[in-house]
Design a protein around this ligand. Structure first.
Ligand code: TRP
Ligand code: SF4
Length: 441
């Protein structure tokens, strides 16, 4: 099994995706006040989220990053990502959003101008409408940011074609622009940790599982380009220690001495050098010290001009299905509610959505509805009913047969109408803020 980020169909067998690709379960208890999407299991998986959760709990700096490949108007599926970004922003995250115009050029045949036009018209104003704040946030274009493109070729030294074949299924007919697109995304995700962009810190990338290949590649390259490796170690004489190992063969002694000084500065004493093993041992250290030690070393690496990237985290959310069941697609207007839809259009689509209702009213009163298979209910869960109590009541009323689909759709239509009206008002009031957030380089 392979995940193809550019395929039109994606697997929704989330348990299998977790098992086969080593995605970890997402535990909402790791953050102080988990969002509704977290509590409801919409966000079902993660890689490396412990670093981000730790930063949130400790009130330390962290970042959130996402990217959009513009295609058709922004719909509720895209909103799902932005809701998460805004949630992190409210917790104090700095926000970076990339317009993936290079990727769209390489994989969708879209001109850079068209990508920009789409982003500016269909996406950016809605980000502000949904509540993104300009302060501490920026949006850039892949094609315009030199540091992103520089990183993509520099970090590319640590990945070979066999790996690209294995991850993406690339082969002899893959064109080079497409082959390079994943590396540009690696550049997107890691450049926010460059010294001029705030330095090494935890960064979370909320994505659909289709993006996991890019996440794996990015985390591998972040790791492969480090100078130090930190891990628990058993030493013959010292017993259990935390080991700091130099991975290069150049200037090993200088790196070890610098690491010693940096770790003493953050409070570790009695450090033991083992130069022949290219190691520095922390006798009082354990696995729990890894994040703090690794961060200090990453900062040291950056100061010395090396690539001290902390492994970026990702969370994975479930995909909303299309309103009629099947895939939600940008190119099929009837399959999704777009933020461009008028309140009436949106309500009409809601009214035509596939439900989990029974053949007859009598049967539904007797057996109850199937909320699990219902697109109306899914829209409640993902977007329309943030209140847990209210959602539980709708669920109960459906499952018990107290409420029939006609009544339920009436509620959903009212809610989507109100939501659309609100978004359009906020868009009108806030779209002038786009210029504060867009960077030209
Ligand atoms: N590949 C993403 C998509 O297809 C867009 C993207 C580019 C992205 N760079 C990113 C997403 C960085 C997350 C992080 O939609
Ligand atoms: Fe869906 Fe509502 Fe019908 Fe239940 S009652 S199946 S939630 S539309």
């Amino acid at each position: 099994m392979r995940i193809d980020p550019w395929a039109s169909q994606q697997s929704t067998d989330y348990a299998r995706l977790r098992n086969e690709f080593g995605i970890q379960a997402f535990d909402p208890e790791t953050v102080p006040e988990p969002s509704a999407l977290m509590q409801r299991g919409v966000i079902f998986g993660q890689r490396g989220f412990d670093l981000v959760a730790r930063a949130i709990r400790r009130g330390e700096p962290f970042g959130v990053l996402t990217g959009l490949m513009p295609s058709g108007p922004m719909h509720l599926g895209h909103k799902l990502v932005m809701d998460q970004v805004i949630w992190y922003q409210r917790l104090g995250a700095d926000v970076t959003i990339t317009v993936a115009d290079v990727e769209a050029w390489a994989t969708r045949n879209m001109s850079l101008e068209k990508a920009r036009e789409y982003a500016e018209r269909y996406y950016l104003p809605y980000y502000l409408a949904l509540g993104l704040e300009p302060k501490g946030a920026q949006i850039y274009f892949q094609s315009k940011r030199a540091s992103v493109k520089d990183l993509s070729w520099k970090l590319g030294r640590k990945v070979n074609w066999s790996t690209m074949e294995a991850i993406y299924g690339f082969g002899g007919t893959t064109n080079m622009a497409h082959a390079v697109a994943p590396l540009v995304q690696v550049g997107d995700i890691l450049h926010v940790q460059l010294p001029e962009n705030g330095g090494p810190r935890p960064v979370v990338v909320p994505v659909g599982v289709d993006q996991d290949p890019h996440i794996r590649l990015t985390r591998d390259l972040a790791q492969a380009n480090r100078t130090f490796n930190v891990q628990p170690h058993k030493d013959d004489k010292l017993g259990d220690v935390l080991g700091v190992f130099v991975k290069t063969d150049e200037k090993v002694e200088a790196w070890l001495a610098a690491a010693k000084a940096a770790l003493e500065k953050i409070g570790y004493s009695d450090l033991k050098l083992n130069a022949p093993y290219k190691a520095l041992y922390i006798p009082s250290g354990s696995a729990a010290d890894v994040p703090a030690v690794d961060e200090a070393l990453a900062q040291l690496e950056m100061r010395k001009g090396a690539f001290g990237f902390l492994p970026p985290a990702a969370t994975y959310h479930r995909f909303m299905q299309g309103l009629q069941g099947g895939k939600m697609s940008s190119s099929k207007p009837e399959s999704h509610i777009s933020l461009e839809d008028s309140p009436d259009e949106a309500a009409k689509k809601m009214g035509a959505a596939m439900t989990g209702g029974r053949e007859t009213a009598e049967e539904q009163r007797r057996l109850g509805g199937r909320a699990e298979e219902c697109m109306v209910y899914e829209t409640y869960v993902y977007h329309l009913v943030p209140e847990q109590k209210e959602l539980a009541k709708l669920y109960e009323d459906c499952k018990s047969g107290r409420m029939l689909c006609g009544e339920c759709k009436g509620i959903a239509k009212e809610k989507i109408r109100a939501f659309m009206k609100d978004v359009h008002e906020k868009k009108a009031a806030r779209e002038h803020l786009v210029k504060e957030i867009v960077r030209e380089a």
